[in-house]
Write a protein that binds this ligand. Structure first.
Ligand code: HEM
Length: 473
Protein backbone atom coordinates (compact mmCIF):
# COMPACT_ATOMS: atom_id res chain seq x y z
CA UNK A 1 0.00 0.00 0.00
CA UNK A 2 2.80 2.39 0.93
CA UNK A 3 4.41 1.71 -2.44
CA UNK A 4 1.18 2.70 -4.13
CA UNK A 5 0.98 6.02 -2.20
CA UNK A 6 4.64 6.78 -2.93
CA UNK A 7 3.99 6.11 -6.62
CA UNK A 8 0.90 8.37 -6.72
CA UNK A 9 2.69 11.13 -4.79
CA UNK A 10 5.67 10.86 -7.14
CA UNK A 11 3.41 11.08 -10.17
CA UNK A 12 1.57 14.12 -8.81
CA UNK A 13 4.88 15.81 -8.06
CA UNK A 14 6.24 15.15 -11.57
CA UNK A 15 3.11 16.62 -13.17
CA UNK A 16 3.18 19.61 -10.78
CA UNK A 17 6.84 20.21 -11.61
CA UNK A 18 6.16 20.09 -15.34
CA UNK A 19 3.06 22.29 -15.25
CA UNK A 20 4.01 24.81 -12.59
CA UNK A 21 7.65 24.82 -11.50
CA UNK A 22 9.43 24.20 -14.83
CA UNK A 23 10.73 27.32 -16.65
CA UNK A 24 8.91 25.88 -19.70
CA UNK A 25 5.56 26.25 -17.90
CA UNK A 26 5.38 29.86 -19.15
CA UNK A 27 5.42 28.68 -22.79
CA UNK A 28 1.93 28.23 -24.27
CA UNK A 29 0.64 24.85 -25.38
CA UNK A 30 -1.84 22.14 -24.36
CA UNK A 31 -1.49 21.17 -20.64
CA UNK A 32 -1.75 17.46 -21.36
CA UNK A 33 1.19 17.65 -23.78
CA UNK A 34 3.19 19.61 -21.17
CA UNK A 35 2.40 16.93 -18.57
CA UNK A 36 3.29 13.85 -20.62
CA UNK A 37 5.25 13.03 -23.76
CA UNK A 38 2.66 10.39 -24.59
CA UNK A 39 0.60 13.01 -26.45
CA UNK A 40 3.47 13.81 -28.83
CA UNK A 41 4.27 10.11 -29.16
CA UNK A 42 0.68 9.41 -30.13
CA UNK A 43 0.97 11.93 -32.97
CA UNK A 44 4.32 10.49 -34.02
CA UNK A 45 3.10 6.92 -34.23
CA UNK A 46 -0.09 7.97 -36.05
CA UNK A 47 1.80 10.12 -38.62
CA UNK A 48 0.19 13.35 -37.52
CA UNK A 49 3.17 14.99 -35.75
CA UNK A 50 3.80 17.69 -38.39
CA UNK A 51 0.14 18.64 -38.82
CA UNK A 52 -0.59 18.58 -35.06
CA UNK A 53 2.37 20.89 -34.37
CA UNK A 54 1.27 23.16 -37.18
CA UNK A 55 -2.25 23.41 -35.76
CA UNK A 56 -0.82 24.19 -32.32
CA UNK A 57 1.17 27.06 -33.86
CA UNK A 58 -1.98 28.38 -35.53
CA UNK A 59 -3.69 28.30 -32.13
CA UNK A 60 -0.93 29.37 -29.72
CA UNK A 61 1.45 31.41 -31.91
CA UNK A 62 5.09 31.02 -32.95
CA UNK A 63 6.33 29.31 -29.74
CA UNK A 64 4.59 26.15 -28.49
CA UNK A 65 5.48 23.57 -25.84
CA UNK A 66 4.75 20.20 -27.45
CA UNK A 67 6.04 17.87 -24.70
CA UNK A 68 7.37 18.21 -21.13
CA UNK A 69 10.88 18.75 -22.54
CA UNK A 70 10.25 19.87 -26.14
CA UNK A 71 9.41 23.24 -27.69
CA UNK A 72 8.60 24.11 -31.31
CA UNK A 73 9.47 27.54 -32.74
CA UNK A 74 8.38 29.25 -35.96
CA UNK A 75 10.31 32.53 -36.28
CA UNK A 76 13.46 33.67 -38.04
CA UNK A 77 14.95 34.63 -34.64
CA UNK A 78 14.60 31.03 -33.52
CA UNK A 79 16.02 29.64 -36.79
CA UNK A 80 19.01 31.97 -36.39
CA UNK A 81 19.59 31.03 -32.76
CA UNK A 82 19.17 27.26 -33.13
CA UNK A 83 20.59 26.52 -36.57
CA UNK A 84 22.62 29.43 -37.90
CA UNK A 85 24.97 30.80 -35.26
CA UNK A 86 28.19 28.82 -35.53
CA UNK A 87 29.42 27.77 -32.13
CA UNK A 88 26.02 28.22 -30.47
CA UNK A 89 26.29 24.58 -29.43
CA UNK A 90 22.82 23.24 -30.21
CA UNK A 91 23.74 19.62 -30.95
CA UNK A 92 21.52 17.10 -32.72
CA UNK A 93 19.52 14.78 -30.45
CA UNK A 94 19.75 10.98 -30.27
CA UNK A 95 16.93 10.86 -32.82
CA UNK A 96 19.64 11.10 -35.48
CA UNK A 97 21.22 7.81 -34.34
CA UNK A 98 18.43 6.23 -36.40
CA UNK A 99 20.38 7.30 -39.47
CA UNK A 100 23.53 5.31 -38.72
CA UNK A 101 24.11 2.76 -41.50
CA UNK A 102 25.78 -0.65 -41.11
CA UNK A 103 25.97 0.20 -37.37
CA UNK A 104 28.33 3.08 -38.20
CA UNK A 105 27.86 6.84 -38.00
CA UNK A 106 27.72 9.12 -41.02
CA UNK A 107 27.89 12.91 -41.21
CA UNK A 108 24.10 13.26 -40.92
CA UNK A 109 23.84 10.99 -37.87
CA UNK A 110 26.78 12.54 -36.01
CA UNK A 111 25.19 14.30 -33.06
CA UNK A 112 28.23 16.36 -32.06
CA UNK A 113 29.96 19.14 -33.86
CA UNK A 114 33.51 17.70 -33.78
CA UNK A 115 32.92 14.39 -35.64
CA UNK A 116 30.45 16.13 -37.96
CA UNK A 117 32.99 18.77 -38.99
CA UNK A 118 35.80 16.21 -39.41
CA UNK A 119 33.66 14.19 -41.80
CA UNK A 120 32.24 17.14 -43.69
CA UNK A 121 35.60 18.64 -44.58
CA UNK A 122 36.56 15.46 -46.46
CA UNK A 123 34.03 15.95 -49.26
CA UNK A 124 32.36 19.37 -48.76
CA UNK A 125 34.01 20.73 -51.93
CA UNK A 126 32.19 18.12 -54.06
CA UNK A 127 28.88 19.79 -53.21
CA UNK A 128 29.73 23.49 -53.64
CA UNK A 129 27.79 25.40 -56.26
CA UNK A 130 30.86 25.91 -58.47
CA UNK A 131 31.68 22.20 -58.34
CA UNK A 132 28.13 21.14 -59.15
CA UNK A 133 28.04 23.48 -62.16
CA UNK A 134 31.06 21.79 -63.82
CA UNK A 135 30.33 20.01 -67.12
CA UNK A 136 31.12 16.54 -65.68
CA UNK A 137 28.20 16.93 -63.28
CA UNK A 138 25.77 19.00 -65.37
CA UNK A 139 26.10 16.82 -68.48
CA UNK A 140 25.49 13.63 -66.53
CA UNK A 141 22.30 14.99 -64.94
CA UNK A 142 21.18 16.48 -68.27
CA UNK A 143 21.45 13.03 -69.90
CA UNK A 144 19.23 11.59 -67.17
CA UNK A 145 16.66 14.39 -67.63
CA UNK A 146 16.58 13.60 -71.37
CA UNK A 147 16.12 9.91 -70.57
CA UNK A 148 13.28 10.73 -68.15
CA UNK A 149 11.37 12.61 -70.85
CA UNK A 150 12.01 9.85 -73.37
CA UNK A 151 10.57 7.31 -70.91
CA UNK A 152 7.49 9.43 -70.20
CA UNK A 153 6.70 10.14 -73.83
CA UNK A 154 7.42 6.84 -75.57
CA UNK A 155 3.69 6.01 -75.61
CA UNK A 156 2.24 9.29 -76.83
CA UNK A 157 -0.95 10.36 -75.06
CA UNK A 158 -0.78 7.49 -72.50
CA UNK A 159 -0.72 8.17 -68.75
CA UNK A 160 2.64 7.64 -67.02
CA UNK A 161 3.30 7.08 -63.30
CA UNK A 162 5.84 9.82 -62.69
CA UNK A 163 6.21 8.81 -59.01
CA UNK A 164 8.21 5.82 -60.28
CA UNK A 165 10.28 7.57 -62.95
CA UNK A 166 11.05 10.65 -60.82
CA UNK A 167 12.44 8.45 -58.06
CA UNK A 168 14.50 6.56 -60.66
CA UNK A 169 15.82 9.91 -61.91
CA UNK A 170 16.69 11.10 -58.41
CA UNK A 171 18.38 7.81 -57.48
CA UNK A 172 20.43 7.59 -60.69
CA UNK A 173 21.39 11.29 -60.40
CA UNK A 174 22.54 10.96 -56.81
CA UNK A 175 24.55 7.77 -57.32
CA UNK A 176 26.08 9.30 -60.46
CA UNK A 177 27.49 12.09 -58.32
CA UNK A 178 28.52 9.71 -55.57
CA UNK A 179 30.26 6.93 -57.50
CA UNK A 180 30.05 7.28 -61.30
CA UNK A 181 30.34 4.97 -63.32
CA UNK A 182 29.27 2.41 -60.70
CA UNK A 183 25.92 4.06 -59.89
CA UNK A 184 22.40 2.76 -60.47
CA UNK A 185 20.66 2.73 -63.86
CA UNK A 186 17.06 2.35 -62.77
CA UNK A 187 15.72 4.65 -65.50
CA UNK A 188 17.10 2.53 -68.31
CA UNK A 189 17.50 -0.96 -66.86
CA UNK A 190 14.21 -2.57 -65.81
CA UNK A 191 16.19 -5.18 -63.84
CA UNK A 192 17.41 -2.43 -61.50
CA UNK A 193 13.97 -0.93 -60.85
CA UNK A 194 13.66 -3.00 -57.70
CA UNK A 195 16.44 -0.92 -56.08
CA UNK A 196 14.41 2.24 -56.48
CA UNK A 197 11.24 0.49 -55.27
CA UNK A 198 12.95 -0.74 -52.11
CA UNK A 199 13.74 2.86 -51.25
CA UNK A 200 10.69 4.75 -52.48
CA UNK A 201 8.07 2.33 -51.18
CA UNK A 202 9.55 1.38 -47.80
CA UNK A 203 7.69 2.47 -44.70
CA UNK A 204 9.79 2.47 -41.54
CA UNK A 205 8.07 5.13 -39.46
CA UNK A 206 6.63 2.92 -36.72
CA UNK A 207 9.70 0.68 -36.40
CA UNK A 208 11.99 3.70 -36.36
CA UNK A 209 10.07 5.45 -33.58
CA UNK A 210 10.00 2.20 -31.58
CA UNK A 211 13.77 1.94 -31.88
CA UNK A 212 14.26 5.61 -31.00
CA UNK A 213 12.16 5.50 -27.87
CA UNK A 214 13.60 2.20 -26.77
CA UNK A 215 17.13 3.59 -26.79
CA UNK A 216 16.20 7.08 -25.64
CA UNK A 217 13.98 6.25 -22.70
CA UNK A 218 15.38 3.02 -21.27
CA UNK A 219 18.67 2.64 -19.37
CA UNK A 220 21.56 1.74 -21.66
CA UNK A 221 21.99 -1.68 -19.94
CA UNK A 222 18.41 -2.75 -20.71
CA UNK A 223 17.67 -1.30 -24.16
CA UNK A 224 20.10 -3.52 -26.14
CA UNK A 225 18.60 -6.65 -24.52
CA UNK A 226 15.08 -5.68 -25.58
CA UNK A 227 16.29 -4.64 -29.02
CA UNK A 228 16.75 -8.31 -29.89
CA UNK A 229 12.96 -8.72 -29.73
CA UNK A 230 12.21 -5.58 -31.72
CA UNK A 231 11.55 -5.61 -35.45
CA UNK A 232 14.30 -3.32 -36.79
CA UNK A 233 13.36 -0.68 -39.37
CA UNK A 234 13.65 -2.47 -42.74
CA UNK A 235 16.85 -1.56 -44.61
CA UNK A 236 16.92 -1.21 -48.40
CA UNK A 237 18.88 -4.44 -48.87
CA UNK A 238 19.84 -4.26 -52.55
CA UNK A 239 21.08 -0.69 -52.60
CA UNK A 240 22.86 -1.25 -49.25
CA UNK A 241 24.72 -4.21 -50.77
CA UNK A 242 25.62 -2.27 -53.93
CA UNK A 243 26.91 0.65 -51.86
CA UNK A 244 28.99 -1.62 -49.60
CA UNK A 245 30.52 -3.38 -52.61
CA UNK A 246 31.21 -0.05 -54.30
CA UNK A 247 32.92 1.35 -51.20
CA UNK A 248 35.76 -1.12 -51.81
CA UNK A 249 36.28 -0.08 -55.47
CA UNK A 250 38.89 2.37 -56.62
CA UNK A 251 37.82 2.54 -60.30
CA UNK A 252 35.50 5.51 -59.88
CA UNK A 253 35.63 8.86 -61.66
CA UNK A 254 37.82 11.48 -60.02
CA UNK A 255 34.94 13.99 -59.79
CA UNK A 256 32.85 11.78 -57.48
CA UNK A 257 32.25 11.98 -53.73
CA UNK A 258 33.62 8.45 -53.38
CA UNK A 259 37.00 9.48 -54.77
CA UNK A 260 37.35 11.97 -51.87
CA UNK A 261 36.27 9.40 -49.28
CA UNK A 262 38.87 6.96 -50.64
CA UNK A 263 41.59 9.63 -50.53
CA UNK A 264 40.81 10.16 -46.85
CA UNK A 265 41.45 6.42 -46.24
CA UNK A 266 38.36 5.96 -44.06
CA UNK A 267 37.41 2.40 -43.06
CA UNK A 268 35.21 0.71 -45.67
CA UNK A 269 32.18 0.66 -43.37
CA UNK A 270 32.45 4.42 -42.75
CA UNK A 271 32.69 5.10 -46.49
CA UNK A 272 29.67 2.90 -47.14
CA UNK A 273 27.65 4.47 -44.32
CA UNK A 274 28.36 7.94 -45.69
CA UNK A 275 27.44 7.00 -49.27
CA UNK A 276 24.27 5.15 -48.29
CA UNK A 277 23.13 8.18 -46.32
CA UNK A 278 23.66 10.53 -49.29
CA UNK A 279 21.98 8.03 -51.62
CA UNK A 280 18.85 7.94 -49.48
CA UNK A 281 18.94 11.68 -48.66
CA UNK A 282 19.17 12.60 -52.35
CA UNK A 283 16.65 10.07 -53.61
CA UNK A 284 13.53 10.53 -51.44
CA UNK A 285 13.70 14.30 -51.21
CA UNK A 286 14.33 15.18 -54.86
CA UNK A 287 11.96 12.48 -56.13
CA UNK A 288 9.10 13.48 -53.82
CA UNK A 289 9.69 17.22 -54.28
CA UNK A 290 9.56 16.92 -58.07
CA UNK A 291 6.51 14.66 -57.91
CA UNK A 292 4.48 17.13 -55.81
CA UNK A 293 5.60 19.98 -58.04
CA UNK A 294 4.82 18.35 -61.39
CA UNK A 295 1.45 17.20 -60.06
CA UNK A 296 0.61 20.75 -58.99
CA UNK A 297 1.72 22.16 -62.36
CA UNK A 298 -0.46 19.58 -64.12
CA UNK A 299 -3.66 20.63 -62.33
CA UNK A 300 -6.10 22.93 -64.18
CA UNK A 301 -5.62 25.58 -61.44
CA UNK A 302 -1.91 25.88 -62.37
CA UNK A 303 -2.48 26.23 -66.14
CA UNK A 304 -1.28 29.85 -66.12
CA UNK A 305 1.90 28.96 -64.21
CA UNK A 306 2.63 26.11 -66.63
CA UNK A 307 2.09 28.41 -69.59
CA UNK A 308 4.40 31.09 -68.18
CA UNK A 309 7.08 28.50 -67.48
CA UNK A 310 6.81 27.10 -71.00
CA UNK A 311 7.05 30.57 -72.49
CA UNK A 312 10.18 31.47 -70.51
CA UNK A 313 11.86 28.22 -71.53
CA UNK A 314 10.82 28.49 -75.20
CA UNK A 315 12.05 32.09 -75.43
CA UNK A 316 15.43 31.33 -73.80
CA UNK A 317 16.48 27.93 -75.19
CA UNK A 318 20.22 28.20 -74.54
CA UNK A 319 20.12 30.25 -71.34
CA UNK A 320 22.22 29.12 -68.36
CA UNK A 321 19.94 27.24 -65.98
CA UNK A 322 20.23 29.91 -63.28
CA UNK A 323 19.23 32.73 -65.66
CA UNK A 324 15.59 31.63 -65.80
CA UNK A 325 13.80 33.56 -63.03
CA UNK A 326 10.36 32.00 -63.48
CA UNK A 327 11.82 28.48 -63.39
CA UNK A 328 13.61 29.42 -60.18
CA UNK A 329 10.39 30.81 -58.70
CA UNK A 330 8.46 27.63 -59.62
CA UNK A 331 11.06 25.44 -57.91
CA UNK A 332 11.16 27.60 -54.78
CA UNK A 333 7.39 27.73 -54.52
CA UNK A 334 7.22 23.95 -54.96
CA UNK A 335 9.72 23.45 -52.14
CA UNK A 336 7.87 25.96 -49.96
CA UNK A 337 4.42 24.52 -50.50
CA UNK A 338 5.43 20.84 -50.57
CA UNK A 339 8.64 20.63 -48.53
CA UNK A 340 10.11 17.14 -48.87
CA UNK A 341 11.43 17.47 -45.29
CA UNK A 342 8.60 19.37 -43.60
CA UNK A 343 9.22 18.00 -40.06
CA UNK A 344 10.97 19.50 -37.02
CA UNK A 345 14.75 19.12 -37.02
CA UNK A 346 15.41 18.47 -33.31
CA UNK A 347 18.34 20.03 -31.44
CA UNK A 348 19.30 20.09 -27.74
CA UNK A 349 19.71 23.35 -25.80
CA UNK A 350 23.32 23.65 -24.59
CA UNK A 351 24.65 24.01 -21.04
CA UNK A 352 23.30 26.94 -19.07
CA UNK A 353 20.10 27.18 -21.14
CA UNK A 354 19.40 29.81 -23.77
CA UNK A 355 17.00 32.63 -24.50
CA UNK A 356 15.24 31.96 -27.82
CA UNK A 357 13.24 35.05 -28.75
CA UNK A 358 11.42 35.96 -25.53
CA UNK A 359 11.45 32.46 -24.07
CA UNK A 360 14.09 31.14 -21.66
CA UNK A 361 14.70 27.47 -22.40
CA UNK A 362 16.68 25.36 -19.89
CA UNK A 363 19.62 23.18 -20.95
CA UNK A 364 18.75 19.76 -22.29
CA UNK A 365 15.37 20.85 -23.71
CA UNK A 366 14.69 19.63 -27.26
CA UNK A 367 13.97 22.56 -29.57
CA UNK A 368 13.27 22.72 -33.28
CA UNK A 369 11.59 24.43 -36.23
CA UNK A 370 9.60 22.74 -38.98
CA UNK A 371 9.58 23.93 -42.58
CA UNK A 372 5.87 23.19 -42.91
CA UNK A 373 5.03 25.91 -40.37
CA UNK A 374 7.82 28.39 -41.18
CA UNK A 375 6.49 28.38 -44.78
CA UNK A 376 2.92 29.23 -43.70
CA UNK A 377 2.49 30.82 -40.30
CA UNK A 378 3.44 34.44 -40.98
CA UNK A 379 0.95 35.51 -43.63
CA UNK A 380 2.54 38.95 -43.94
CA UNK A 381 5.52 37.09 -45.48
CA UNK A 382 3.59 34.33 -47.29
CA UNK A 383 0.05 35.62 -48.01
CA UNK A 384 -2.47 32.91 -48.95
CA UNK A 385 0.05 30.27 -47.83
CA UNK A 386 -1.81 27.21 -49.10
CA UNK A 387 -1.93 28.55 -52.68
CA UNK A 388 0.80 27.74 -55.22
CA UNK A 389 1.97 31.19 -56.39
CA UNK A 390 5.47 31.21 -57.99
CA UNK A 391 5.12 34.97 -58.63
CA UNK A 392 5.56 35.69 -54.90
CA UNK A 393 9.28 34.90 -55.29
CA UNK A 394 9.70 37.51 -58.05
CA UNK A 395 8.58 40.50 -55.98
CA UNK A 396 11.51 42.52 -54.64
CA UNK A 397 9.46 43.68 -51.65
CA UNK A 398 9.67 41.22 -48.77
CA UNK A 399 12.40 39.13 -50.46
CA UNK A 400 14.62 39.15 -47.37
CA UNK A 401 11.85 37.91 -45.07
CA UNK A 402 10.82 35.20 -47.55
CA UNK A 403 14.39 33.96 -47.89
CA UNK A 404 14.90 33.96 -44.12
CA UNK A 405 11.84 31.78 -43.55
CA UNK A 406 12.58 29.44 -46.48
CA UNK A 407 13.67 26.31 -44.61
CA UNK A 408 13.28 23.50 -47.17
CA UNK A 409 17.04 22.78 -47.02
CA UNK A 410 17.41 23.90 -43.37
CA UNK A 411 20.28 26.33 -42.91
CA UNK A 412 23.65 26.86 -41.16
CA UNK A 413 26.48 24.35 -40.74
CA UNK A 414 24.13 21.34 -40.69
CA UNK A 415 21.89 22.48 -43.53
CA UNK A 416 21.57 20.35 -46.66
CA UNK A 417 24.94 19.72 -48.28
CA UNK A 418 23.19 18.43 -51.43
CA UNK A 419 21.16 21.59 -52.03
CA UNK A 420 22.95 22.69 -55.22
CA UNK A 421 22.81 19.21 -56.70
CA UNK A 422 19.09 18.94 -55.86
CA UNK A 423 18.32 22.34 -57.40
CA UNK A 424 20.27 21.46 -60.53
CA UNK A 425 18.39 18.16 -60.85
CA UNK A 426 15.02 19.83 -60.36
CA UNK A 427 15.67 22.67 -62.80
CA UNK A 428 17.18 20.53 -65.57
CA UNK A 429 14.28 18.11 -65.39
CA UNK A 430 11.59 20.80 -65.46
CA UNK A 431 13.33 22.54 -68.37
CA UNK A 432 13.50 19.30 -70.30
CA UNK A 433 9.80 18.59 -69.72
CA UNK A 434 8.21 22.02 -70.09
CA UNK A 435 10.29 23.21 -73.07
CA UNK A 436 8.59 20.65 -75.29
CA UNK A 437 5.54 19.32 -73.44
CA UNK A 438 2.43 20.29 -71.54
CA UNK A 439 1.41 17.98 -68.70
CA UNK A 440 -2.02 17.22 -67.25
CA UNK A 441 -3.29 14.91 -64.53
CA UNK A 442 -4.65 11.70 -66.10
CA UNK A 443 -8.40 11.06 -65.66
CA UNK A 444 -7.60 7.68 -64.04
CA UNK A 445 -5.45 9.33 -61.33
CA UNK A 446 -7.24 8.64 -58.03
CA UNK A 447 -4.25 8.19 -55.72
CA UNK A 448 -3.97 10.67 -52.85
CA UNK A 449 -1.34 13.41 -53.17
CA UNK A 450 -1.67 14.33 -49.49
CA UNK A 451 1.65 14.77 -47.64
CA UNK A 452 2.27 11.43 -45.91
CA UNK A 453 4.80 11.75 -43.07
CA UNK A 454 7.67 9.32 -42.87
CA UNK A 455 10.29 9.50 -40.13
CA UNK A 456 11.72 12.74 -41.55
CA UNK A 457 10.47 13.18 -45.15
CA UNK A 458 6.90 13.45 -46.44
CA UNK A 459 5.88 11.72 -49.64
CA UNK A 460 2.68 11.56 -51.72
CA UNK A 461 0.33 9.32 -49.75
CA UNK A 462 -0.93 7.24 -52.70
CA UNK A 463 2.63 6.68 -54.04
CA UNK A 464 1.39 6.98 -57.61
CA UNK A 465 1.04 10.02 -59.81
CA UNK A 466 -0.45 9.45 -63.26
CA UNK A 467 0.32 12.25 -65.70
CA UNK A 468 -0.19 12.69 -69.46
CA UNK A 469 2.47 14.44 -71.55
CA UNK A 470 1.19 16.35 -74.63
CA UNK A 471 3.79 17.52 -77.12
CA UNK A 472 3.68 21.29 -77.72
CA UNK A 473 2.86 21.88 -81.39
C1 HEM B 1 14.92 18.72 -52.81
C2 HEM B 1 15.86 17.95 -52.31
C3 HEM B 1 16.41 18.02 -50.91
C4 HEM B 1 15.87 18.57 -49.78
C5 HEM B 1 14.53 19.30 -49.63
C6 HEM B 1 16.81 18.35 -48.70
C7 HEM B 1 16.64 18.80 -47.39
C8 HEM B 1 17.56 18.62 -46.38
C9 HEM B 1 17.38 19.11 -45.03
C10 HEM B 1 16.17 19.90 -44.51
C11 HEM B 1 18.48 18.73 -44.31
C12 HEM B 1 18.75 19.00 -42.83
C13 HEM B 1 18.13 17.86 -42.02
C14 HEM B 1 18.35 17.93 -40.54
O1 HEM B 1 19.04 18.79 -40.01
O2 HEM B 1 17.81 17.04 -39.88
C15 HEM B 1 19.35 18.00 -45.21
C16 HEM B 1 20.56 17.47 -44.86
C17 HEM B 1 21.34 16.71 -45.71
N1 HEM B 1 21.12 16.47 -47.05
FE1 HEM B 1 19.55 17.15 -48.13
N2 HEM B 1 17.88 17.65 -49.19
C18 HEM B 1 17.68 17.44 -50.54
C19 HEM B 1 18.55 16.81 -51.42
C20 HEM B 1 19.76 16.26 -51.07
C21 HEM B 1 20.69 15.63 -51.99
C22 HEM B 1 20.50 15.56 -53.51
C23 HEM B 1 21.72 15.16 -51.24
C24 HEM B 1 22.99 14.44 -51.66
C25 HEM B 1 23.16 13.78 -52.73
C26 HEM B 1 21.45 15.50 -49.85
C27 HEM B 1 22.27 15.18 -48.80
C28 HEM B 1 22.11 15.65 -47.51
C29 HEM B 1 23.04 15.35 -46.43
C30 HEM B 1 24.28 14.47 -46.54
C31 HEM B 1 22.57 16.02 -45.30
C32 HEM B 1 23.22 16.07 -43.92
C33 HEM B 1 24.02 17.37 -43.81
C34 HEM B 1 24.76 17.49 -42.50
O3 HEM B 1 24.49 16.75 -41.54
O4 HEM B 1 25.65 18.36 -42.45
N3 HEM B 1 20.26 16.18 -49.80
N4 HEM B 1 18.77 17.95 -46.46
Amino acid sequence: MITFYVFVFGLVFVVYERLVLSPLSKIPGPSLAAATRLVLMYHEFTRTRKQWIHELHLRYGPVVRIAPDEVSFATWDAVKEIYVFEGSGYEKTNFYKLFDNYGTMCMFSATEKGPHGERKKIFADRYTKSYIMQPEVVNGIQDLATEFVKKCTENAGKAVDIYVYLHCYALDGTTLHLFDPLGTHTLTDAGELVKMKELAFRDDLVDSYKEYYLFDLLPSEIAPLLANYLRRPPRPRRIATQVMNTARRTDVASHTVLSKLLEAKLPTKSIASEMLDHTIAGHDTTGDGLCFLMHELSLPRSAAAQEKLHRELAENPGAPIDDLPYLDAVVREGLRRFSPIPMSLPRRVPKGGRRIGDAFVPEGTIVGCQAHTLHRLDESVFPDPEAFIPERWLEPEGAMERNQLFFAFSTGGRGCIGKHLALLEMKLLLREVYSGYRTRVAPEMTASMELDDQIIVSRPKGQQCWIIFDEVA
